[in-house]
Design a protein around this ligand. Structure first.
Ligand code: GLN
Length: 490
């Protein structure tokens, strides 16, 4: 049944409509693939019974011609999305076996449109990380390996399970979230397509909060078209999230194949880092050349506050996280470690329930928000954030339609290779955090391989709510670069 798992969502949609196969067959093929790939540790919970029941129900609907845009398509769900009656943990011990009595808005829209849930996907604990090594369920393995080597590589993070599962053909697409790069960086590490929508485009309701002013949900898929198909179902206004924007959801798929002739593509000077691998430089200029060949115009632009984005992010994100994570106190959810007093119970629960990286963020966040340091750190970082946003606004005001950058400063690295120094891990987000700080949409598209055969991605950054331009440009890159699938070894 491998042919059923290697199809794109667009192909499967046609096959289902023509009744070449059923959703149950498609779902079974994916469930078998998941079972055979447990060594990748991409899923933290498989829900085969639920998947088959959903597939049977949608098959009956398809038979009556009542499908829906995602009718019968099997998906994986990042374990940060609350799924009604299905364990949701954010891959943290502190949530224990928490089973939400409600469904996140984004996933409920996927089920409304006919998608099938295969299970819950691994991620960094509370989405804090860039390698999926902070999960309480253990690291996820990247299906990609360096040529001639069997070193285990990370899939990136925090949506490492989503990226690994999509790349390894375990699901046709997956939900993911991006606070500083968690959709785009793992997409780049696994040759998948990842979209971080404009802040406010997708509802955050029912998604475990990390840093609420930066968090956005988005899809990871194998093609630009598939990511556009998923985006249409995931996006939309939700009165339950006050930051969700009331704007019509466009037909993103219609943007695929649209001419990019005459578009102005900004190449930001400040993203050319000292010591950046030559392969990344090469990929970046190749990407520019492809867009130029398609009729776009390349212009050098300046985003002068870029160098402050990463330090400012690592103040704002922990500050918001420390506040959001205050709710995990052993009273309402999951784990409770007793103590002699209620205070001791809180302390014991939080000390045991949170992993090292999460504790570090809570401490940094509490520090930068504390009375004596608030102005020096948090307020200052917020001012820097405004300047970063203004850099992009100035650039778009000059007629730039989108900005092209590398997605990551390197290809995937080995499990355990980085992390002794947390800053080394944080540097992975250097090209992606600016986009979250400015609330803009970004897409990562596979664009080539490094000398060791590992995938590399390019990032396109768009104007607010102009995801469509990113899909048009992303597809040009995809057409020129081709698609990449990891050889199966697991
Ligand atoms: N790697 C970044 C962090 O650890 C971003 C994570 C994310 O986008 N969720 O904060």
């Amino acid at each position: 049944m491998t042919d059923l798992t290697s199809m794109t969502i667009a192909e499967a949609r046609n096959g289902l409509a023509k009744k070449s196969f059923t959703s149950l067959e498609l779902t079974d093929a994916h469930l078998a693939a998941i079972e055979a790939a447990r060594s990748l540790n991409a899923f933290v919970l498989e829900t085969p019974d639920r998947a088959r029941a959903m597939a049977r129900a949608i098959d009956a609907k398809i038979a009556k011609g009542e499908g829906g845009p995602l009718a019968g398509i099997p998906l994986g769900i990042k374990d940060l999305f609350a799924t009604k009656d299905v364990r949701t943990t954010a891959c943290s011990k502190i949530l224990g076996d928490f089973v939400p009595p409600y469904e996140s808005t984004v996933t409920s829209q996927l089920w409304r449109d006919g998608a099938v849930m295969l299970g819950k996907l691994n991620n960094d604990e509370f989405a804090m990380g860039s390698s999926n090594e902070t999960s309480c369920f253990g690291p996820v393995v990247n299906p990609w390996r360096r040529e001639g080597s069997n070193t285990t590589l990370v899939p990136g993070g925090s949506s490492g399970g989503s990226a690994s599962a999509v790349a390894a053909l375990l699901c046709m697409g997956a939900t993911a979230t991006d606070t500083g790069g968690s959709i785009r960086q793992p997409a780049a590490f696994t040759a998948t397509v990842g979209v971080k929508p404009t802040y406010g485009r997708c509802s955050r309701w029912g998604i475990v909060a990390f840093a609420s002013s930066l968090d956005q949900a988005g899809p990871i898929a194998r093609t630009v078209r598939d990511s556009a198909i998923l985006m249409r179902s995931m996006a939309g206004h939700d009165p339950k999230d006050t930051t969700s924007v009331n704007r019509a959801v466009p037909d993103y798929e219609a943007a695929i194949g649209k001419s990019v002739k005459g578009m102005k593509i900004g190449i930001p000077r400040e993203y050319r880092l000292d010591g950046m691998p030559a392969e990344i430089e090469k990929l970046w200029s190749e990407g520019g050349a492809w867009l130029k060949a398609a009729g776009a115009e390349l212009v050098e632009v300046s985003l002068p506050h870029t160098k402050y984005a990463l330090p400012a992010y690592y103040i704002v994100a922990p500050a918001e996280a420390s506040s959001n994570l205050a709710r995990y106190d052993g009273v309402r959810y999951g784990l409770r470690v007793p103590g002699r007093s209620i205070g001791e119970m809180y302390e014991n629960t939080r000390a045991e329930g949170f992993g090292a990286e999460v504790r570090r963020r809570v401490m940094i966040g509490t520090y930068v928000l504390s009375a004596g340091y608030y102005d020096a750190y948090y307020l200052r970082a917020q001012k820097v954030r405004t300047l970063i946003k203004k850099d992009f606004e100035d650039c778009f005001a000059k007629g730039v339609d989108a900005i092209l950058t590398p997605a990551t400063p390197s290809a995937a690295f080995g499990v355990g290779e980085k992390g002794a120094d947390p800053v080394e891990m944080y540097l992975n987000d250097i090209f992606t955090v600016t986009v979250n700080m400015a609330g803009l949409p970004g897409i990562a598209v596979p664009a080539g391989k490094d000398a060791q055969g590992l995938p590399l991605g390019l990032q396109l950054i768009g104007r607010p709510f102009d995801e469509e331009t990113l899909f048009s440009l992303g597809e040009v890159v995809e057409q020129a670069a081709g698609r990449f699938t990891p050889p199966r070894w697991w």
